[in-house]
Write a protein that binds this ligand. Structure first.
Ligand code: DC
Length: 219
């Protein structure tokens, strides 16, 4: 079956964990498209390429070698032969990936890669534009969101668990900035597809969101 499930939503909505859990339950491939933009941002930083240099960014995307694999329930990503799973998760990469993802050349290249990865189906595709642009014909579409303050709290906890020293106020400010960038860009802005089921996870834990989604799929 060529089934594609898309799960979009803003940062801190809990969509990543939920997507991974759904993929695990259904034995589907989990595609974390945010990680792809993060890897492009990391490579651009390493090569000293600016966000405004679309030609050089296009070249980076043309040559990028990304591979996902699962390791003990953890979704890992390699860039060439290097495991960049942790390197792409810094606060700096949060902002840089968001900026770089507004560049048309980058989005076009990622869209092509993502569609190729999804060509065999059995995939949970998670991101910002999975249901609207990359897989408009997906079998099931979800948009997971939550109140900004709740999302900021979740991010703050994530950073604390990772040992990053950031204040709650800083996290909330960065999240708002990223929400704005991702929502107001010209190409493939963050928004629910018309046929997506919107799930507000403000008062729900991850297991409850997973249950809701699986129930919807089984319908
Ligand atoms: O999901 P994430 O926080 O890891 O994504 C990092 C950035 O990548 C996000 O701020 C916007 C961008 N992104 C995107 O534009 N489209 C996607 N499908 C996924 C992520």
């Amino acid at each position: 079956m060529n089934t594609i499930i898309t799960i979009d939503g803003p940062a801190g909505s809990g969509k990543s964990t939920v997507s991974r859990m759904i993929a695990e339950t259904l034995q589907f491939f989990y595609l974390d498209t945010g990680a792809m933009y993060r890897a492009v941002a990391l490579q651009a930083k390493r090569e000293g390429v600016d966000c405004g240099d679309s030609k050089k960014l296009e070249r980076i995307c043309d040559n990028i070698d990304l591979n996902f694999w699962m390791d003990g329930g953890c979704n890992k990503l390699s860039l060439g032969s290097e495991d960049v799973t942790l390197a792409i998760r810094s606060p700096e990469m949060d902002m840089l990936s968001s900026k770089i993802s507004a560049v048309k050349e980058v989005r076009d290249a990622m869209k092509t890669l993502q569609r190729k990865m999804g060509s065999k189906g059995r995939m949970v595709a998670e991101g910002r534009d999975m249901g609207t642009v990359v897989f408009p014909d997906a079998d099931y579409k979800f948009f997971v969101t939550a109140l900004p303050e709740i999302r900021a709290e979740r991010r703050f906890k994530e950073w604390q668990d990772r040992g990053e020293i950031v204040s709650m106020a800083e996290v909330a400010k960065e999240l708002k900035k990223r929400d704005n960038q991702d929502t107001n860009r010209d190409i493939a802005p963050l928004r629910p597809a018309k046929d997506a089921k919107v799930i507000d996870s403000t008062a729900l834990n991850q297991n409850e969101v997973v249950e809701l989604i699986l129930k919807e799929i089984k319908k």
